[in-house]
Design a protein around this ligand. Structure first.
Ligand code: FA5
Length: 331
């Protein structure tokens, strides 16, 4: 290696040195007793050089050694400076602007509901957002010509699948995959091709619950609903249960929640529920003469609205930081 080559490779290595111990090592490797620079002089056969060549080598060698030494000294000074800087930095002080982001209010509500239902023995069963037409409709006793299909107009994919309109689309799959008896919940996003307003979005979250066992009754359903809502709100809340029609439950109910939106007191549909229809059990290979069960479809987005006093459901998906920043504390 020529003297110039040695300096180029030294510079390359120096550029990768990130701290003082690494610099000490580099110095030893180049200037130490067996170092690259030191060896240059040791290895040269002076007898083979003319007086002119000897002088030129000596000059270049000293030059190289000085440049290496100076570069090492400069780097050492830089490291010393940065140490002084970090001494001034108190890492125990709280940050001034932690722009780390936070959990979305719908997801933090979901986590809370999952925890409550887990404590009642329900397992979380993740589903898909794109499902078969059978799972979203037919398995739930909603054949192609049923008017209930109009109430849940959806987005059809080119491969014949649909974006699920409700988490009930997971019922069939869960009963088949997990078998009975079963207690499971399926949270997630749902999609509907419908006009939006302050309580309706085209993309929203539901959390479905399902319990199938021998002798499950409406009393079990009401018990779980009550436990769940008082756990979420941690205060007295006013709810009402009224008959509701869904082809996949019999009997079916609507659970409404009383709240004030934009100064007007009103009931909001929050959690339809009911006893699973025998045809739905049969579609999943479960014998309705032996097993019974209940299901509920909690509107998670609406629940987050009520929990945090949000007056327009569309704010959740809008991407306006001024809205989201108010929820940083929910981390
Ligand atoms: C259903 O989706 C049924 N699958 C629920 C069900 C499950 C009934 C199990 C019986 C047994 P519904 O269309 O009413 O029902 O929607 C359920 C809840 O989702 C509503 O109460 C509401 O809280 C929420 N929801 C429905 N549509 C929207 C929307 N466009 N935007 C926001 N939330 C919605």
């Amino acid at each position: 290696m020529t003297l110039d080559h040695v300096f180029v490779s030294f510079e390359g290595e120096l550029a990768n040195v990130a701290n003082e111990p690494a610099l000490v090592q580099l110095k030893a490797r180049y200037l130490g007793r067996e170092g690259v620079v030191t060896r240059l002089r040791k290895d040269i056969d002076f007898n083979a050089l003319s007086p002119e060549e000897k002088r030129s080598f000596g000059q270049n060698f000293n030059d190289l050694k000085t440049r290496v030494e100076q570069a090492i000294e400069a780097a050492a000074a830089r490291f010393a400076e940065s140490v002084v800087e970090t001494v001034d930095f108190d890492r125990t002080l709280p940050g001034t602007d932690r722009r780390l982001g936070a959990i979305h209010p719908i997801i933090s509500t979901q986590i809370e509901v999952e925890d409550l239902l887990r404590s009642m023995g329900f397992q979380v069963y993740a589903g898909d957002e794109a499902v078969s037409e059978f799972e979203n409709f037919d398995a739930l006793n909603i054949p192609g010509d049923h008017p209930a299909r109009d109430m849940q107009d959806t987005f059809w994919l080119e491969n014949g699948m649909v974006l699920r309109t409700h988490t009930s689309s997971m019922q069939n799959r869960a009963m088949r995959a997990l078998g009975v008896p079963v207690r499971a919940i399926f949270p997630g996003r749902c999609f509907r091709n419908e006009a939006t307003d302050i309580t309706h979005e085209n993309t929203f979250y539901q959390l479905e619950g399902l319990m199938v066992d021998k002798d499950v009754s409406v009393a079990n359903l009401i018990g779980v609903m009550r436990e769940l809502l008082s756990g979420v709100f941690r205060r007295d809340i006013e709810v009402r249960l009224r008959p509701g029609f869904f082809p996949f439950v019999e009997p079916g109910f609507e659970l409404d929640f009383k709240t004030t939106l934009n100064g007007v007191e009103r009931w909001i549909e929050l959690m339809p529920c009911g006893m699973i229809h025998p045809a739905v059990l049969r579609n999943a290979g479960v014998d309705p003469d032996v097993y019974s069960g209940f299901a509920f479809g909690l509107g998670l987005t609406r629940l987050a609205m009520l929990k945090y006093g949000v007056s327009d459901v569309r704010l959740f998906n809008k991407g306006d930081l001024r809205f989201y920043e108010q929820f940083r504390a929910t981390l």
